[in-house]
Design a protein around this ligand. Sequence first.
Ligand SMILES: Nc1ncnc2c1ncn2[C@@H]1O[C@H](COP(=O)(O)OP(=O)(O)OP(=O)(O)O)[C@@H](O)[C@H]1O
Length: 264
Amino acid sequence: MEKQTDSVETVKSIASDLKAVEPIVSVKNLIVTGKDGRLLVDHLSLQLKRGETLGLVGESGSGKTLTLKSLIGLLPKNLSESYEEKKINGNVAMIFQNPMSALDPLCPVFAQLIEVVMIRQNVSKKEAVCRANELIERLGLPKELSKKDRLPSELSGGQCQRILIAMALACNPDVLLCDEPTTALDVTVQKQTLDLILSLQKEMNFAILFVTHNLAVAAGICSHLAVMHHGKIVERAATKEILLTPKDEYTKMLLSAILRIPHR
Ligand SMILES: Nc1ncnc2c1ncn2[C@@H]1O[C@H](COP(=O)(O)OP(=O)(O)OP(=O)(O)O)[C@@H](O)[C@H]1O
């Protein structure tokens, strides 16, 4: 009997080891096309493992957001897609670029958070209120948010983004898709928000796919970068390698376009 229990434990441990190394996100040859036949995402392939942070960088219009939308199943209806593989092993959550427009402007933020907790965690309203309060505290948001009916317009941009991060956490994500989550914030709030996302990742070990046109921001937080140009990934490597020895001409151009503080 003891031997049998031992072997069950061994199988369980092998299964959990396999889960740790198998990719959480696996995309092969994703193609997104417009009505006019224009290739907006062109044979894109990527993989992401638990705890990894991959930055998807490239100029505006290169297809980064459409890649995320395809992954989360929110591709606009006028576009069509095909792929060899598109797999997400676990829960996925997304943080959008503009926190103000991602929230319902007419509904108090606490009520919006409660709704997400109720739906995603399948709990009663009473339990959802408790969990939403925990999230508010964990994300360093003012406690009175749960008491006063505050609309998104009565919060700062940084606070709204924290509400969206709280909503994402309520989904218990295995992978977090971030679409320029700090672009609409001022630089100090940008840094606080990025630090917050990274510390939550450390704690919960989810993978991050981080979309930005800002190579400096991506380089600061991502272990690997994939450079996108005209819908294609033209180069993918460890962040250090891309910064020190870029191979693709477009990557070199992106690097040379980073603004530097002039010598005083
Ligand atoms: N619903 C749509 N219908 C037609 N074309 C679209 C649609 N959505 C996006 N596009 C086009 O697809 C291309 C890629 O768009 P996408 O939003 O993915 O770019 P991006 O790299 O995320 O840019 P940005 O950094 O500015 O958000 C762009 O040329 C855009 O105009």
